[in-house]
Structures are given as structure tokens and as C-alpha cells.
Design a binder for this molecule. Structure first.
Ligand code: ADP
Ligand code: MG
Length: 361
């Protein structure tokens, strides 16, 4: 397996003294050639800085970067076989589409006829072959995004960097473009490194995802593992929805203070009779396979395919809000509980994921 991009203990700090910002903090990753690799995290978690480090627009404060086995630390952008698609497209408004796409090649000194030929090929790749003579202002948001893509692809990069490329598009168009990007990735066979703050986008498109938090990577995994086996409470909570239980309530449920996560779709209603008279979590181990807890329904939300039920679990000193999701194909409206109703809830022990207690949030 060829490694396309490798970070070894890379940090990028800004400022000095007390005002130091650890934008990227001791990150090590290895992205395989041909991979669709996503960097997922909230705003300010260091994703863009990582992409800029790969592109060569930034240099690491410490650590080293290798691109296809070559030490790229310190080398300028034009020496790297990577190109970036920026979130804001950065198209020249006064140039037509073809000139926009050919521009980079012209600047590099590629002959006019050759650069137009390659620009046309790149536009064909993104299904805009007939749009070369239009100005960016005469295109839709989705089309402008494709021009930005063509402008990066015209350089035939071995690694394509995409920084929240679909951020400006509305949901339907975004989903369509996600599909197109995946198809393009398969067709080209090159490495895609994709930055997004949208967890569902990262899960649905990627071979692997790195989850960022405060400039650090909390977990790198395949989407399925990330969702089913989150390592930290941050990952459990950021990727999908999770109930994270810790401290006294965890102790009460598992006999151990270690935090755990349970997904809303794994909780079910054991009984909706008024068994929970005390309101204090009553944990049982039915054949040791199920966890059981008493809760009171606070809200029920209809979501079409599913219903989301929020409930409170009362502990001596506090109340914790948890959430469950029921499929509306398997439950009729009459089977759903009512607000204020007390329920016995349960989940399979095997679905609980024990979380690491460290974390930097
Ligand atoms: P993301 O793309 O995940 O939203 P960024 O990589 O843009 O995050 O930023 C990470 C952190 O580094 C943020 O706190 C941001 O304010 C800071 N940062 C980024 N670039 C600079 C810079 N040039 N100077 C100072 N701070 C910066
Ligand atoms: Mg960013």
C-alpha cells in the first residue's frame, strides 16, 4: 500500500507566550493512495489548517509531512502533487468558465491550445462541457462548485483536497453533489482528502474518517466503526446522536463510574405500566443481557420514518435527559408512550460502548 500523505507528530501553533493557539496539535495520520479520507470536526478544530499544511500554504511548527514518501516539510505548494478545492470557489468573476479552468495552466506556462484542451477535458469530467463560455455569475451554485472542482482537476493532482466544498449548497443539491463526488472519486482513482463539519456527509462518503477536536485527532476509523465503536464521549456525541452516561448514574447502572454511550435506536420500551414508582433508576440484569432503567417521558417528536422520544432518568441528586428512537414501521401511534408517562426502558448490554475517560474537551 502506498501512503499518499503522512503526518508525523505535526503541530501548527499561532502566536506566542500566553496567546498561543494550538490550531493543529500533535497530529499523526497516514492517508493511503486512492482513499476517500475525511477530516470531520466542529468549527475551529483545525481541519482547514491541516489541509493548508498538506497543500503547503502553511508549514508545521513541529513535526514532518511526507507526500508519496518524499519529505515535503518546508517545500512550497507548487512542488506538491496536490490541489485544493476551496469552500468559497474563488473563481475569477470577469473570466469565463473555460478561462477560469485554464488559468492555472497558463500561469505555469502551458501552451494556450494545450491548456484549453485540458480545461475542456476537466469540464467534461464535471459535466459542464457546454458551459465554457459562461461567466461564473451565469451559473447556479452547484455549477460554480463544479467549475472550482474542474479548476483543481485540470492540474491532474494525485491528491485532491476539498475544504467544505458543499457548504454553500442547499440540502438536496448537497446530496446530489455528494453522490457526484463519490462517483468522480471512483472514476479518477486518486486520493481525496475531504474536510467537513457534517457528520452524516463524512459517514456516507468516506473510506475513513478522522475526528478532530481542539486541534487533535480523537479517532480515525471506518465510518461503521466510528459509529458503533466510538472511543471517546466526544466522538460518540459528534458522530450521530448518543446518550453518554457518566459519573453517579453510570455507577448506578453498571456498577462503575466509567462513562458509556448507548445509541437512541438501541433503547426500547420494556413496559409502559407504572412500574417506576420511585423514579430512581432501578437497574436489573435480566439474564445479565439487558440493562434496565426507569424514565419519564418529556417529549415525543414525529420524524416520518421514526419517532424520537426524550425521557428523564431521575437520580438522587440530578436528572439526566436521554433519548430513544423508535421506528414508525414497527410501532403504531397507539403504541407510542405519552408525555409524562413513566416507562421501564431497556437496552442490550452488548450495545453499550465503554468510553475512554480522558478527552480534551
Ligand atoms: P476549522 O477548519 O476546523 O474550522 P481552522 O483550522 O480554520 O479550523 O482553525 C483552527 C484554529 O486555529 C482556530 O482556533 C482558528 O481561529 C485558529 N487559526 C487558524 N488560522 C489562524 C491564523 N492564521 N492565525 C491565528 N489563528 C489561526
Ligand atoms: Mg475550516
Amino acid at each position: 500500500m502506498t501512503i499518499a500523505v503522512e503526518f508525523s507528530a505535526v503541530s501548527r501553533h499561532y502566536g506566542d507566550g500566553k496567546q498561543i493557539v494550538r490550531a493543529v496539535d500533535n497530529v499523526s495520520i497516514a492517508v493511503a493512495e486512492g482513499e476517500f479520507f475525511s477530516m470531520l470536526g466542529p468549527s475551529g478544530s483545525g481541519k482547514t489548517t491541516c489541509l493548508r499544511l498538506i497543500a503547503g500554504f502553511e508549514q508545521p511548527s513541529t513535526g514532518s509531512i511526507h507526500i508519496f514518501g518524499k519529505n515535503a516539510t518546508g517545500s512550497p505548494p507548487y512542488e506538491r502533487e496536490v490541489n485544493t478545492v476551496f469552500q468559497d470557489y474563488a473563481l475569477f468573476p470577469h473570466m469565463n468558465v473555460l478561462d477560469n479552468v485554464a488559468y492555472g495552466l497558463r500561469v505555469k506556462g502551458v501552451q494556450k491550445s494545450e491548456s484549453y484542451k485540458r480545461a475542456e477535458d476537466a469540464l467534461t469530467l464535471v459535466a459542464l462541457a457546454d458551459y465554457g463560455l459562461r461567466k461564473p455569475s451565469q451559473l447556479s451554485g452547484g455549477q460554480r462548485q463544479r467549475v472550482a472542482l474542474a479548476r483543481a482537476l485540470v492540474n491532474k493532482p494525485r491528491v485532491l483536497l476539498l475544504d467544505e466544498p458543499l457548504g454553500a449548497l442547499d440540502l438536496k443539491l448537497r446530496e446530489q453533489m455528494q453522490l457526484e463526488l463519490k462517483t468522480l472519486h471512483r472514476k479518477l482513482g486518486i486520493t481525496f482528502i475531504y474536510v467537513t463539519h457534517d457528520q452524516s456527509e463524512a459517514l456516507s462518503m468516506s473510506d475513513r474518517v478522522a475526528v478532530f477536536n481542539h486541534g487533535r485527532i480523537e479517532q480515525v476509523d471506518h465510518p461503521r466503526q466510528l459509529y458503533t465503536e466510538p472511543k471517546t464521549s466526544f466522538v460518540a456525541d459528534f458522530v450521530g446522536t448518543a446518550n453518554v452516561v457518566s459519573g453517579a448514574l453510570a455507577l448506578q447502572i453498571t456498577g462503575n463510574q466509567q462513562p458509556f454511550s448507548i445509541r437512541p435506536e438501541h433503547i426500547s420500551i420494556l413496559s409502559n405500566s407504572n412500574m417506576a414508582n420511585s423514579g430512581i433508576p432501578n437497574v436489573d440484569t435480566v439474564q445479565n443481557q439487558m440493562m434496565q432503567i426507569a424514565g419519564e417521558v418529556v417529549d415525543i417528536q414525529y420524524h416520518g420514518a421514526t419517532s424520537k422520544i426524550e425521557f428523564d432518568v431521575h437520580h438522587d441528586a440530578f436528572t439526566q435527559r436521554l433519548m430513544m428512537v423508535l421506528s414508525n414501521t414497527e410501532h403504531t401511534e397507539a403504541q407510542l408512550p405519552q408525555v409524562k408517562q413513566k416507562l421501564m426502558l431497556c437496552w442490550p448490554k452488548s450495545r453499550m460502548v465503554m468510553l475512554e475517560t480522558h478527552g480534551n474537551d
